[in-house]
Design a protein around this ligand. Structure first.
Ligand code: ATP
Ligand code: MG
Length: 314
């Protein structure tokens, strides 16, 4: 179905990013709660329409690991698109990522482990399958893999959002990329500093998966807090420093798996290879109570004093 603003009731803000905000909305005709992303762009009408046309590909992005797309439209110089509302939010918020290590209070035995290994495996498997789907079925790479773009719901489903389907949108956003926590692979950072926008490939997404998994496991961005305030220092650390590693408490398989993701670009495994790694093979028949884990994480989140995710539930 087509969506336009007249049919939408805004409930409240779910979060803000570098380029705009995401609102929880209620779409009256379908009676569905949705997440609506607003991106403000200084573009002429034909370019904005181009973006909406390109976003249409998202209707074909139907997979268990991909957030459902409902439709997009423009108003003045803003692009809006509506997607499935994920009621447990993004992974960063669930596990306490995005804050420096020292601010994370701990209640597990191994002070560094934030996510039990079976849960980490399940999340990782979903991310890898989702990215494999995008590549194999839609011939696109994600380009923005990071914990805020991996969403989860109370059913325990894990889904990717915000992948690069629109070249025009990508181009319009690139110049304003000012994130203070970079998940970009070293080769991509080098390429961008030399203004070569396309020197990276799908293996750069693999790096970002590695960094995101470590963040999830530790509950904080993997590069040292000193680099938080200084973009240059952080990019230097990524390009020239040692790759981060998983906390000690995880298995040798887990360590090996993650180390592979952060190798030199040509040595990084493909998605098919990753799915055959012992770390992810172990997920296949494992019974993991994701529903319970999400419920507990939301409780811990509330105890940390973070406001409820859904303005509806508030
Ligand atoms: P960036 O601007 O670099 O992409 P970001 O991913 O944090 O960073 P947004 O994509 O604008 O920024 O999203 C803002 C926040 O809204 C996210 O961090 C996430 O927690 C929340 N969010 C986004 N999409 C959904 C959704 N479909 N359901 C629930 N929450 C969402
Ligand atoms: Mg996002």
């Amino acid at each position: 179905f087509q969506i336009n603003m007249d049919e939408i009731e805004i409930i409240g803000e779910l979060g803000k990013g570098n380029y705009g905000s995401v609102q929880q909305v209620f779409h009256r005709p379908s009676q569905i709660y949705m997440a609506m992303k607003e991106i403000r762009l200084e573009l002429d009408e034909s370019k904005l329409n181009g973006i909406i046309m390109e976003l249409d590909i998202l209707h074909r992005a139907v997979a268990p690991e991909i957030v459902e797309f409902y439709g997009g439209f423009t108003i003045e110089s803003c692009v809006y698109y509506c997607m499935e509302y994920m009621d447990a939010g993004s992974l960063d918020k669930l596990t306490g990522g995005g804050v420096p290590a020292k601010d994370v209070t701990e209640d597990t035995e191994d002070a560094e482990i934030r996510v039990p290994e079976p849960v980490l495996r399940r999340i990782t498997a979903a991310i890898v399958r989702g990215l494999g789907f995008l590549k194999d079925e839609l011939q696109i790479m994600h380009r923005d893999v990071k914990p805020t773009n991996v969403l989860i719901n109370k059913k325990g489903e894990i889904k990717l959002c915000d992948f690069g389907v629109s070249g025009q949108l990508e181009k319009s956003l690139a110049k304003t990329n000012i994130g203070c926590q970079s998940y970009m692979a070293p080769e991509r950072i080098k390429g961008e500093s030399q203004n070569q926008l396309s020197t990276y490939t799908v293996s750069s997404d693999v790096w970002s998966v590695g960094l995101s998994i470590i963040e999830l496991a530790k509950g904080c961005y993997p590069y040292p807090p000193e680099t938080f305030a200084n973009v240059f220092a952080q990019l230097q650390a990524i390009v020239y420093g040692p790759a981060p590693t998983l906390p000690k408490g995880y298995s040798a398989d887990a360590h090996d798996f993650v180390a592979n993701l952060l190798k030199d670009p040509n040595a990084r495994p493909t998605y098919a290879e990753l799915l055959k790694h012992p770390f992810l093979l172990a997920d296949k028949d494992a019974e993991v109570d994701m529903v319970e884990w999400v419920a507990q994480s939301l409780e811990r989140r509330a105890a940390r004093g973070v406001k409820t995710l859904s303005p509806v539930e508030a």
